[in-house]
Design a protein around this ligand. Structure first.
Ligand code: SF4
Length: 541
């Protein structure tokens, strides 16, 4: 905890962090302070002025923007609660922002999470002084089209900015957040505010699209409905969406996300702010992962390539395991710690007949410095901590030693078909899988399991941070079970059932195996994750 200092807000003492912006500290101590252009993960611009407060200087109280100030010891601050000047100033800002802003909230995708709506209620509530005969002056005029002096089409409604984002120019309040995101975070200045005064408008560079692997983040930070993502535009009213907190499963940084659903369908994934992990950003590919959750799912099972009920496939897998002489079990860094603990428990149940393999054949790239480490194996570190060996490369050359192969949430044939081909000499190949993937196509028995969004469990990111994924109630088939539960059932075919009744029992097994997890519970890990202090797994040299 940093050293706090005292400031006085509206006559009340508060302890605040002097290294933070005043606006953040005001909000933290419960003094609600609106923002449009300010964003905690962008550089301060100070162009919207809605966060105005009065602070006391040598010449008495004066207006200043709280996003641009840092608290100082003894600072005296006045907000609208005690200052009519601040009330009037913020009201004036709102009036200017709204004078030409369209009243199309009923058809605007941002309605329900638009800060212009929110702050009108908090700081505006002015009576319109707009004369009916004048009307609103949209950039682009009544037909919403705006041709600049060089003949370029720059304004108006429903402008296709690129592959992913649409601009409704007349809603833009010129806060400049999207420009700063592209320039300072994405590192590719593709957006720009051109023109002056009431003719200023947001644009890409002439003839160039908005095209970047993080560009959908501009739709989150746009405080109004000017920038919207094509994938979500007109899909749902946001106030209908319910949310669960989870972790991106496609990269070992484990970007924090929310899964947002309604009517038994997942409609979007959104970044969840975690200053120590992904800040407020997620990669476009992560954001669109929800689209794959109901595509090509393995919702039942297969036996020798033919469809089979889940129970029948599970029974066939159990019998094949109990008849196996040498069983290779391939754990997965794409699954939770709980699932991998179940892999280890299953191998112990079957005893010396089983050998566990771990690791991945997927290529590891470079960290992009935004929200990805470049390692697509999200829980690689969790696997290491549990003591799963990194020996997958030895499996193809030793394939003939085994008569049963069981892969758990790991598509070996997609990761490297050449290496995986050698595994086809193993006569019984069991796949526990969420999708009808390449490994299921090669399996003699396949059993469907829940996908990442449908399970509760933990992963350890590349920083050594344990993070919790929560289960979204939207599932491809209600009879599907998480991998740990299917593995627990399979262990009973060895005569040694795994007595876990929920993922909490599976987590307890993880804690018993990994000293670094000692004392951690889902509750204590919390929504921001918990850094582990020691990385020495049980049994490690
Ligand atoms: S499009 Fe949105 S984020 Fe960009 S400047 Fe306009 S209001 Fe701000």
């Amino acid at each position: 905890m940093p050293d706090l200092i005292k400031i006085i807000v509206d006559g009340i003492d508060h302890q605040v962090d002097p290294s933070k912006q005043l606006v953040d500290e005001l909000n933290r101590v419960g003094v609600n302070t609106p923002t449009f252009c300010y964003h905690p993960d962008l550089q301060v611009a100070g162009n919207c002025r809605i966060c105005l407060v009065e602070t006391k200087g040598p010449r008495g109280f004066a207006l200043g923007i709280s996003c641009h100030m840092r608290p100082t010891p003894g600072m005296e601050v006045r907000t609208p609660a005690t200052s009519e000047t601040v009330q009037l100033a913020r009201k004036g800002v709102m009036e200017f922002l709204l004078v030409n802003h369209p009243l199309d909230c009923p058809i605007c995708d941002k309605a329900g999470e638009c800060t212009l709506q929110e702050h009108y209620m908090g700081s505006g509530k002015h009576h319109s002084r707009l004369h009916d005969e004048v009307g609103k002056q949209y950039k682009g005029g009544s037909d919403h089209r705006f041709i600049d002096t060089k003949g370029e089409d720059r304004g108006g409604k429903n402008i296709d900015l690129g592959e992913t984002v649409v601009l409704d120019q007349e809603r833009c309040i010129l806060c400049d957040r999207c420009v700063r995101f592209m320039r300072d975070v994405a590192g590719d200045e593709q957006l720009h505010i051109a023109g002056r005064g009431d003719q200023a408008y947001l644009t890409t560079f002439p003839g160039m699209p908005l095209q970047h692997e993080y560009d959908l983040n501009v739709t989150d930070i746009c405080p109004v409905g000017a920038l919207t993502g094509k994938h979500f535009r007109f899909q749902q009213r946001v106030w209908l969406l319910k949310r669960v907190e989870s972790i991106a499963p496609d990269d070992s940084l484990g970007a924090n996300i929310t899964i947002e659903y309604n009517n038994n369908h997942i409609w979007r994934l959104m970044p969840r702010r975690n200053p120590d992990v992904n800040k407020s950003w997620i990669h476009n590919d992560t954001r669109l992962l929800y689209q794959k959750l109901d595509e090509n799912r393995l919702v039942e099972g297969t036996i020798t390539g033919q469809p089979a009920a889940l129970g029948a496939a599970l029974e066939a897998a159990g019998k094949a395991l109990s008849a196996g002489k040498r069983i290779a079990v391939v754990a997965s860094g794409h699954l939770t710690n709980e699932d991998n603990a179940a892999v280890l428990a299953l191998s112990e149940a079957f005893g010396s007949r089983v050998e566990v393999f771990g690791g991945s054949w997927l290529m590891v790239g470079k960290a992009d410095g935004i929200a990805r480490s470049g390692d697509p194996v999200a829980n690689r570190k969790g696997q290491q901590l549990l003591g799963v060996p990194d020996n997958l490369d030895s499996l193809p050359t030793r394939a003939r030693e085994f008569d049963v192969l069981i892969t758990v949430g790991h598509d070996l044939w997609a990761a490297n078909a050449d290496k995986a081909k050698a595994l086809e000499v193993i006569p019984v190949r069991i796949a526990l899988a969420s999708w009808q993937d390449s490994t299921v196509a090669k399996a003699t028995i396949a059993v469907g399991i829940r996908a990442w969004a449908e399970v509760r469990g933990t992963m350890v990111n590349c920083q050594g941070r344990v993070q919790v994924m929560n289960a979204c109630p939207v599932v491809a088939n209600g009879d599907l079970e998480p991998a740990w539960q299917v593995l627990a059932r399979l262990a009973s075919y060895a005569g040694k059932p795994i007595p876990w009744s929920s993922e909490l029992d599976a987590w307890k097994a993880c804690v018993e195996r990994v000293p670094a997890f000692a004392g951690l519970s889902y509750r204590s890990i919390g929504p921001m994750g918990a850094m582990i202090t020691s990385e020495q797994p049980v049994g490690a040299a």
